[in-house]
Design a protein around this ligand. Structure first.
Ligand SMILES: NC(=O)c1ccc[n+]([C@@H]2O[C@H](COP(=O)([O-])OP(=O)(O)OC[C@H]3O[C@@H](n4cnc5c(N)ncnc54)[C@H](O)[C@@H]3O)[C@@H](O)[C@H]2O)c1
Length: 333
């Protein structure tokens, strides 16, 4: 049984506490929030959980094996570092840290102390992403051409981070997981219209082997769109995450170009076969992820969404931010 202290009970924290509370392998010992109103909500839902205003009570408690940091990004580094220094494993929200230097320091500290870091890249545990990974790994899509994602809606405006740091970590972590290679360069553009932080951003990533990715994140969209297209040489798929059923549709479509000897023009052949929608496992991603966190601690396994995975995402965010500031100048990774 892994005894966990959760810091941060705002919008996302209640989901973490609910899932940890329902798992057999974890127990929520304490919840901390600097807001007394948030703690009153914890006590109402979970009378057995101790609530504290000061994170130090969790960070130094001998009753706690691991700390979940579910606070705004600019607080992650300090809280995570204190937890590691006190010998606790950490589960940290996305994006892992505000800078690559902070992420590298936490990774080094955890390694030295033989502690686990897991970064909450929740989407990697959804049935949809796991199914897409299966389709890619088993060769159904063939060699990848591109990954193209749209994640737009109205708000929720964050006062401390841009849409890039708020929404793009989802796509960057999914893309990192599915493509399985590191991007070589980034070109990004964006605009801020209301509070000084970008509320719209377009990010292009160049990968080895001619794979290209594009991510569109926007807080000023009148409609909510969560659509990802993944094109492969053999098949192409569309993942529409707002669809209740048939989230993924795989199309047997493609293009083959040949040039026959003696024929000057290219011969373009369009393939248009069946479409099918694979079955997707219906399990709450966060529950699976938090169960995996406990399993990694108990069985001394390195999670695939570890500090290194968090660092790769932060590196891409920093590079995209640099490119946006220079109005789309290419930044090499
Ligand atoms: N994985 C996901 O899908 C997902 C979804 C939403 C948010 N998040 C991430 O979760 C984190 C929190 O986001 P949120 O939307 O819940 O924010 P929020 O502002 O709604 O909640 C943060 C809570 O942390 C508390 N807090 C802040 N600093 C603290 C400190 N030093 N000590 C104790 N309490 C402190 C605040 O009082 C607040 O209740 C962010 O990193 C965000 O990116 C992840």
């Amino acid at each position: 049984m892994i005894r966990i202290g959760v810091i941060g009970y705002g919008y996302w924290g209640p989901n973490i506490v609910r899932n940890l509370h329902s798992l057999d392998s974890t127990r929520v010992e304490m919840v901390c929030d600097k807001s007394p109103a948030a703690l009153a909500r914890v006590r109402k839902s979970y009378p057995g959980i101790t609530t504290v205003l000061d994170p130090a009570e969790i960070l130094t408690s001998p009753q706690i094996d691991a700390v979940a940091v579910i606070t705004p990004v600019w607080t992650h580094y300090q809280l995570a570092k204190a937890a590691l220094e006190n010998g606790k494993h950490i589960f940290v929200e996305k994006p892992f840290t505000s800078s690559t230097a902070q992420a590298e320091e936490l990774i080094e500290l955890a390694d030295r102390k033989n502690l686990k870091i897991m970064v909450d890249h929740t989407f990697l545990f959804t049935g949809a992403v796991r199914k897409i990974q299966e389709l890619i790994k088993s060769g159904v899509l063939g060699d990848l051409y591109y990954y193209d994602s749209v994640r737009v809606n109205l708000g929720l405006f964050q006062h401390d981070v841009s849409v890039l740091w708020d929404l793009a970590p989802h796509d960057l972590s999914i893309m990192d997981f599915l493509i399985g290679q590191q991007a070589e360069a980034i070109v990004a553009t964006g605009g801020s219209h209301l509070n000084g932080h970008e509320d719209i951003a377009f990010i292009t990533l160049y990968f080895p082997e001619n794979v290209i990715a594009h991510i569109n994140v926007n807080w000023l969209s009148p409609v909510k769109v969560r659509t990802t297209l993944i094109g492969g040489q053999k098949k192409m798929l569309v993942w529409n995450d707002v669809e209740a059923d048939e989230k993924i549709k795989v199309y047997d479509k493609g293009v083959e170009i040949t040039s026959a000897e003696g024929v000057r023009e290219l011969l373009v052949h369009y393939r248009s076969g069946d479409m099918w929608s694979p079955q997707i496992e219906q399990v709450e991603a966060l529950r699976l992820e938090l169960g995996y966190f406990a399993d990694c601690i108990t069985n001394s396994k390195t999670p695939f969404n570890d500090g290194q995975a968090g660092l790769r995402v932060v590196k891409m965010l920093e590079a995209a931010e640099r490119s946006i500031k220079k109005r789309g100048e290419q930044v090499r990774l």
